[in-house]
Design a protein around this ligand. Structure first.
Ligand code: DAH
Length: 344
C-alpha cells in the first residue's frame, strides 16, 4: 500500500512534468493545468487522501515526498508562466509600438485678432499718458451721435456720414465721438479718456466696411493748447509706427472741434516719393483731431470759458492695414486662419 502511494506520487510527478514540457500553454490553460494537479480537488490532493491509511511511521516520509513533488511542479509551472508573460508583453509592445519617425500633429495656438492687437497697443500707448478707457453704446441716440457734438439736424456735416437708422432718433453710432459726451456728462474735469469700439456706416469697398472700429481720445483741463495735442499725437505716431515716421498736421473741419486738423504720416511704402498706396501724394491720412468746440462743452454744462481740451479719432482697421501692409479690409472679417496666423 505505502509502496503504491509513493509510486503513485512519483508517476504523478513524471506525468505532470512530461505534460508541461509537451503542451503549448497560454496563461489561462497553464492555470487550468495547475488547478488540475495541485488544486483543492486536484490529482495530488486525491492521492494524499490515502495518507491516512498509512502506518504512522510511513506518513511523514510520504508527506515529505508529496511536498517535494508539489514544489517541483509549482516551480516548473512558474517558469512556464514567466516565459508566457514575457512573450505576451513583447507581443503587446509590438502591437502598440509607436512609429517615432511619423510627423507630429501641429497644435495651433489661438491668437488675438489683429484688430484687437492694434486696439490694445493704442490703448497702452495712451494709458502711459494717463488716459483711461471709456465705453459707450453702439446703438446710440441722435443726440449723442450728432446734436451734442455740435452737429444739429440742419448741419451739412450730418450728410457727410451715411448713417444706419434703427428706430426714430436712434442710430448705429457712426463714430466713437458720442462717448466724449457721455463721459463729460458723468465726470468732472480734468479728464483723459480713450474709447475704443465698433462703429457703423453705409460704406463698402476695399478700405471700407459697414462695421469697423475706432478709438476716440479726449483730454480736458485748463490751459490745454494745440501744442499739447501735436506733441501727444506725434509721440503716439512715433510709438505706434516708428520714431522716424514724419508727420504733418493738415487743417480740416469737424463740427465738434475748432480748430480741426487731420494728421498725415509719410507713406511708408514709398517714403514720401509717391506710389499707389498714397495715391502719389507721399502722405497717408491717419486720424482726425482738434480743440474741443465750446459748444460741445456747453452741451455737457462744462465751463467753456475756463476749460479747454483736445480730441482725436482714428480708424483701427486703417491703422492696422498701414502698419502691416494689408490691402483689403475684408481680410479682417473673413477669419481665414492663413491670414490670422500671420499675426501670431
Ligand atoms: N469722429 C470723426 C470721424 O469719425 C473723427 C474725429 C475727428 C474724432 C476729430 C475726433 C476729432 O474726436 O476731434 O470721422
Amino acid at each position: 500500500m505505502s509502496q503504491s502511494l509513493t509510486e503513485k506520487l512519483e508517476s504523478l510527478k513524471t506525468e505532470a512534468l512530461r505534460e508541461l514540457s509537451a503542451t503549448l500553454f497560454n496563461l489561462e490553460s497553464l492555470e487550468a493545468f495547475r488547478v488540475s494537479y495541485l488544486g483543492k480537488n486536484g490529482k495530488l490532493t486525491q492521492i494524499l487522501k490515502d495518507v491516512g491509511k498509512l502506518s504512522p511511521e510511513e506518513r511523514p516520509k510520504t508527506g515529505q515526498l508529496a511536498n517535494q513533488i508539489k514544489q517541483v511542479i509549482t516551480l516548473e509551472i512558474e517558469k512556464h508562466a514567466q516565459t508566457l508573460q514575457l512573450e505576451e508583453r513583447n507581443k503587446a509592445l509590438q502591437e502598440e509600438s509607436v512609429d517615432v519617425t511619423l510627423p507630429g500633429k501641429t497644435m495651433w495656438r489661438g491668437t488675438r485678432h489683429p484688430l484687437k492687437k492694434t486696439m490694445e497697443e493704442i490703448v497702452q500707448i495712451f494709458s502711459n499718458y494717463g488716459f483711461q478707457v471709456a465705453q459707450g453704446p453702439e446703438i446710440e441716440s441722435e443726440y449723442y451721435n450728432f446734436d451734442a457734438l455740435n452737429t444739429p439736424a440742419w448741419h451739412p456735416a450730418r450728410d457727410m456720414q451715411d448713417t444706419f437708422y434703427t428706430v426714430d432718433q436712434t442710430v448705429l453710432r457712426t463714430h466713437t465721438s458720442p462717448v466724449q459726451i457721455r463721459v463729460m456728462e458723468r465726470y468732472k474735469p480734468p479728464l483723459r479718456i480713450v474709447a475704443p469700439g465698433a462703429v457703423y456706416r453705409h460704406d463698402d469697398d476695399v478700405s471700407h466696411s459697414p462695421m469697423f472700429h475706432q478709438i476716440e481720445g479726449l483730454l480736458v483741463d485748463e490751459n490745454v493748447s494745440m501744442a499739447h495735442l501735436k506733441g501727444m499725437i506725434t509721440g503716439f505716431v512715433h510709438q505706434y509706427f516708428s520714431p522716424q515716421t514724419h508727420v504733418r498736421f493738415r487743417p480740416s473741419f469737424f463740427p465738434f472741434t475748432e480748430p480741426s486738423a487731420e494728421l498725415d504720416i509719410e507713406c511708408m511704402m514709398c517714403h514720401g516719393k509717391g506710389c499707389n498706396v498714397c495715391k502719389h501724394s507721399g502722405w497717408l491720412e491717419v486720424l482726425g483731431c482738434g480743440m474741443v468746440h465750446p459748444n460741445v462743452f456747453r452741451a455737457v454744462k462744462y465751463n467753456a470759458k475756463k476749460l479747454s481740451g483736445f480730441a482725436f479719432g482714428m480708424g483701427i482697421e486703417r491703422l492696422t492695414m498701414l502698419k502691416y501692409g494689408v490691402d483689403h479690409i475684408k481680410l479682417f472679417f473673413e477669419n481665414d486662419l492663413r491670414f490670422l496666423r500671420q499675426f501670431s
